[in-house]
Ligand binder design. Structure first.
Ligand code: NIG
Ligand code: FE
Length: 407
């Protein structure tokens, strides 16, 4: 498949966010794609005698990458939302067997077909907001069969929608009731049975752990990281969301691609992320929905030049928001990120957070995943929410209109 897209206003994200003040924004550019890859840009693309499509001078960014979601689940937690507003804290609900475990109950009871039926519209909402790659975690099964079931559903989404999917085994999300008071035995099971099975069946690209006082300790997380490394899976971690346990440092030292949430990360530990080139993933939806007041250490992250990614964390308990542009707006209003930082957060840095070295930038050799927007400046993408400025997406080189219909 060969095609040249012409008359694009390109925001390439090809320079380091900290290297310059502006965006690298180029008018009237052509992009040649072949077999899903960008093979030429600018004049080199214009001279090719291939089928062409004009993008009418519109703004073109790399396709957005939602690098942290829990998109596959059954049931909802509106009742707990109400409970929290009546004064019961998230941690208390979790300790009483609600929270993550209530979604586990509903997800275990659901068939693969039901889970897929529930997940597709959620993925579609992300797509209509410019997303071309979605990371999806397990973590609401917590038995071997139910975790693999979730991963199979996640992996099959790309057969139903024009989107790329990356999957993460989050078996260490919560202690299942079967292992009550025996977290170490559950971690043994995760390390010796679940991780090997997910790796062997090629159902997961990465392994994640919720390292928190309502979930797993740093020592337990370290065992999971070691097992992931032993099976050639990448590492990601939920760390410092509700307290500062030191999980981010442990994850970085184990080679994690990213540490996510990090509201309680200390400024001293930011240095460690810089040292290990670990991405700091900010999840403003969870911050907002839990009415958190502790700010992630943004100034220190900037000062140490740590790449910041931005994701929806879409899930029924702490972030029921299937919009990455909403997260961009929240990152600015709640954390003070600039619109430029937001755009890096959902493209280049999000790709780094998933270890997808051929995504997230518009450059020769990169995957031809692009989003085309009906706006004049990149800042507009962080500014107005739910007005659908998306004109279309190019996924693996092919054009899809704003409804996801192939052109
Ligand atoms: O990213 N922090 C842990 N996991 C999810 C919440 C999952 C849930 O409450 O269902 C999160 O916030
Ligand atoms: Fe999460």
């Amino acid at each position: 498949m060969r095609k040249v897209y012409t008359h694009a206003k390109l925001v390439t994200m090809a320079t380091d966010v900290y290297a310059s003040d502006g965006y690298s924004c180029q008018d009237n550019q052509s992009i040649a794609v072949e077999d899903g890859k960008i093979v030429a840009l600018g004049h080199d693309a214009e001279v090719l005698d291939w089928p062409s499509q004009s993008l009418n001078g519109k703004l073109v960014t790399p396709g957005f990458i939602d690098s942290h979601t829990h998109l596959v689940f059954a049931g909802n937690r509106a009742g707990e939302f109400e409970q929290r507003l009546n004064g019961v804290p998230y941690q208390t609900i979790a300790a009483q067997g609600g929270g993550i475990l209530s979604t586990v109950k509903a997800t275990r009871a659901a068939s693969e077909a039901t889970l897929l039926e529930l997940a597709v519209p959620r993925a579609n909402a992300l797509i209509r907001d410019g997303v071309t790659t979605i990371e999806i975690k397990s973590g609401y099964g917590l038995t071997l069969e139910d975790e693999l079931k979730m991963l199979r559903v996640a992996k099959s989404i790309d057969q139903h929608l024009p989107v790329n999917v990356s999957t993460t085994l989050l078996a260490a999300h919560a202690l299942p009731p079967e292992y009550r008071n025996d977290a170490d035995s559950y971690i043994d099971f995760v390390c010796h049975t679940m991780i090997p099975a997910a790796a062997e069946q090629q159902l997961a690209d990465a392994v994640d752990v919720f390292c928190e006082n309502i979930a797993f300790s740093v020592e337990q997380a370290e065992r999971v990281f070691a097992a992931a490394n032993a099976h050639g899976l990448k590492i990601k971690a939920h760390t410092e969301q509700l307290s500062d346990l030191g999980g981010s440092v442990a994850a970085a030292k184990a080679g994690a691609l990213s540490v996510d949430h990090i509201e309680y990360l200390s400024e001293a530990d930011v240095q460690v992320l810089a040292e290990y080139d670990t991405v700091a993933t900010l999840l403003p939806g969870a911050f907002y929905f839990l009415r958190e007041t502790q700010q992630p250490p943004i100034a220190a992250l900037r000062e140490s030049r740590v790449p910041m990614a931005l994701a929806t964390d879409f899930n029924p308990g702490t972030s029921p928001f299937a919009s990455l542009t909403l997260m961009m707006n929240m990152a600015s209003t709640l954390f003070g990120l600039t619109p430029k930082e937001n755009l890096y957060g959902v493209t280049r840095h999000a790709a780094q957070a998933l270890g997808l070295s051929h995504k997230g930038q518009i450059a020769v050799g990169f995957d031809a995943d692009l989003a085309v927007w009906d706006c004049e400046t990149p800042a507009e993408l962080s500014y107005m929410v739910a007005t659908a400025p998306l004109l279309g997406r190019i996924v693996n080189g092919d054009w899809y209109d704003e409804q996801g219909v192939r052109g």
